[in-house]
Design a protein around this ligand. Structure first.
Ligand code: SF4
Length: 90
């Protein structure tokens, strides 16, 4: 007897745990996020922040949290995609 295990596994492709929510309209270009996490944040020609990666995992959570918490107008948030919770609260 053989088990019928020929179904394709539910592959976990690139499943990211967290995502950034960023309110560009509210950004005042203070640059705190850039100072804290320059690999992720920079200022564009309009003096507004832009980020590199919308989604990421635990290995990048701390730096993203620091940037979110550094923003003086609180326009950067991090959501846990699995639970739906905002997790950058101070
Ligand atoms: S810290 Fe906040 S206000 Fe300052 S550039 Fe970054 S997103 Fe914009």
């Amino acid at each position: 007897m053989t088990n019928n295990n020929n179904k394709p596994a539910e592959e976990k492709k690139e499943q990211f745990k967290y995502e950034l929510e960023y309110d560009r309209d509210g950004c005042i270009g203070a640059g705190s996020c850039v100072a804290v996490y320059p690999e992720q944040w920079s200022l564009d020609d309009e003096g507004k922040a832009v980020f590199v990666k919308k989604e990421f995992n635990d290995n990048e959570l701390e730096k993203n949290k620091e940037a979110a918490q550094a923003c003086p107008v609180n326009v950067i948030h991090i959501r846990n995609k699995h639970t739906g919770e905002l997790i950058d609260q101070k």
